[in-house]
Design a protein around this ligand. Structure first.
Ligand SMILES: [Cu+2]
Length: 235
């Protein structure tokens, strides 16, 4: 059986301590930066800053990973004009990393797309971007809503009929199945509590947990080091 000098034991212990500390720092740094796992928008239609000249029926984004589709997972896209009028249908479809809503744009100008979804890492994430709507030919104007419509509600793309009719003519811009029949423009516009815009990240909620995990890791490493040092001294 080989013999170890006290010097070689000290070196072995020191190397072990340094290795464990580095491993702990690495684990802590990894746990403390969950934002790096957020899904991000890798492409969109229209693109950010794009000038759109032909009518569009939808706004879509492709994320870097699958977006959560659970009923409890928020899936929101709003498309608003410079006056705050809403042009989205209120219905959002998710297919893997693709998130889409139907839209009916109104007057020319800048439009803001605001999205809020649950990233594949379970965090709610949101952001917004703009595009410019400059139709090459005159287009029918639609009535924007002052509040974000719920899916199935009347929206800017609903048939723009001023009088009730038993046989409403579906607008060519409306996807079938997204509207209740006899949908009419809202006679009045009421401002509901539209969702606030901006970067949010519910990962903030888990920061105390991360700190607790890091403390536990460091404590476990310290305990291991103490045990090993004792054994080295005894042997
Ligand atoms: Cu995240």
């Amino acid at each position: 059986m080989p013999t170890f000098t006290p010097e070689s034991r000290r070196r072995a212990a020191l190397a072990l301590v340094v290795g464990l500390v580095l491993a702990g720092v690495g684990a802590g740094a990894g746990a403390a930066s969950p934002a790096s796992a957020h899904d991000t928008v890798v492409s969109s239609s229209p693109e950010q800053g794009e000038t759109v000249t032909e009518p569009i029926k939808a706004v879509s984004m492709t994320f870097s990973d699958d977006i959560l589709t659970a009923a409890s997972a928020v899936k929101l896209i709003t498309v608003t004009d410079i006056d705050g009028g809403h042009h989205e249908s209120g219905c959002v479809t998710v297919d893997g990393g693709d998130v889409t809503t139907d839209v009916s744009l109104g007057e020319a100008g800048e439009y803001t797309v605001t999205w809020r979804v649950v990233s594949s890492d379970g965090h709610t994430t949101s952001d917004s971007y703009t595009f410019d709507w400059q139709p090459s030919m005159p287009t029918a104007t639609t009535t924007a809503l002052l509040a974000s419509p719920a899916c199935g509600d009347t929206w800017a793309g609903s048939p723009q009929s001023a009088t009730p009719s038993d046989t409403p003519t579906p607008s060519a811009a409306v996807e079938p199945g997204t509207l209740p029949q006899n949908a009419l423009p809202e006679p009045t516009m009421t401002i509901l509590n539209s969702s606030p815009v901006g970067q949010t990240d519910q990962s903030m909620l888990s920061v105390p947990l991360l700190i607790a995990v890091m403390i536990a890791i460091v404590a476990a490493l310290a305990a291991v080091v103490v045990i090993i040092m004792r054994r080295l001294r005894r042997s």
